[in-house]
Design a protein around this ligand. Structure first.
Ligand code: PGA
Length: 248
């Protein structure tokens, strides 16, 4: 049985004091404990977020990291820095990182290796552009992204990762993939994992859908066989919406 996982991706939003306010508001509510709640906050707020969520069951994630432990990489954050803050998850290969910061399947793969080596569970993002979908290349693109991200990753390590299928055309646009479209692609991701490893690994890995997930569409998405969770941007910035997502 795969435990549902709903992760908020705050992106470049909230100062440390605003983060503390939002986390305080979330903590005041009763959260369904059978759903894993994750907050992927900006680096600066990770320490505060860990401190405030201790003992609550809420997990904390980073939104990116470098694969090296240290060195001349101005502006970057390393896995050992995240380890000191006891970060649980790290989002890797988000489409905004691929689009604006030149991340490739190769760098995503290096980061997946590094995160696993440092005991941080990766949330690996994959997804096609609108143009790729119109050209009917979306399946091939997503399959290649999954294969690229998991290159030379051991099967037992693969089981610790979460994969987020996020069609780029549905991110921040208010346009959600239909539940059927989301399910079809999450099933394709699972089949790809089965191709790389085996059925047991494919069955155990958790796959999220992301792209304009809101309180109004979350339960239908979560009712799909191959959708085990959601990666949520916009709706994770409002406590009442995020709580509704956790308690879908
Ligand atoms: P959105 O973002 O929920 O605002 O569409 C999702 C994401 O980018 O992870």
């Amino acid at each position: 049985m795969r435990k549902p996982i709903i992760a908020g991706n705050w992106k470049m939003n909230k100062t440390i004091s605003e983060a503390a306010q939002l986390i305080g508001d979330i903590k005041r509510e009763t959260l369904n404990q059978s759903v894993e709640a994750v907050l992927c906050v900006p680096y600066l707020s990770i320490g505060k977020a860990k401190e405030m969520t201790e003992g609550s069951g809420i997990k904390i994630g980073a939104q990116n990291m470098h694969w090296e432990e240290n060195g001349a990489f101005t502006g970057e954050i390393s896995p050992i820095m995240l380890n000191e803050l006891k970060v649980d998850y790290v989002i890797l290969g988000h489409s905004e990182r691929r689009q604006y910061f030149n991340e490739t399947d190769e760098t995503v793969n290096k980061k997946v290796h590094s995160a696993i080596a440092h005991g941080i569970a990766p949330i690996v993002c994959v997804g096609e552009t609108l143009e790729q979908r119109r050209d009917n290349r979306h399946k091939e693109i997503v399959r290649d992204q999954v294969k690229g991200a998991f290159l030379d990753i051991d099967k037992n390590d693969a089981k610790k990762t979460v994969i987020a299928y996020e069609p780029i055309w549905a991110i921040g646009t208010g346009e959600t993939a239909s539940s059927e479209q989301a399910e079809e692609m999450c099933a394709l991701v699972r089949n790809t994992i089965e191709e790389i490893y085996d059925a047991e690994t494919a069955e155990s890995i958790r796959i999220q859908y992301g792209g304009s997930v809101k309180p109004g569409n979350v339960s239908e998405l979560m009712s799909m066989d191959n959708i085990d969770g959601a990666l949520v941007g916009g709706a994770s910035l409002k406590s009442s919406d995020f709580v509704k997502l956790i308690n879908y």
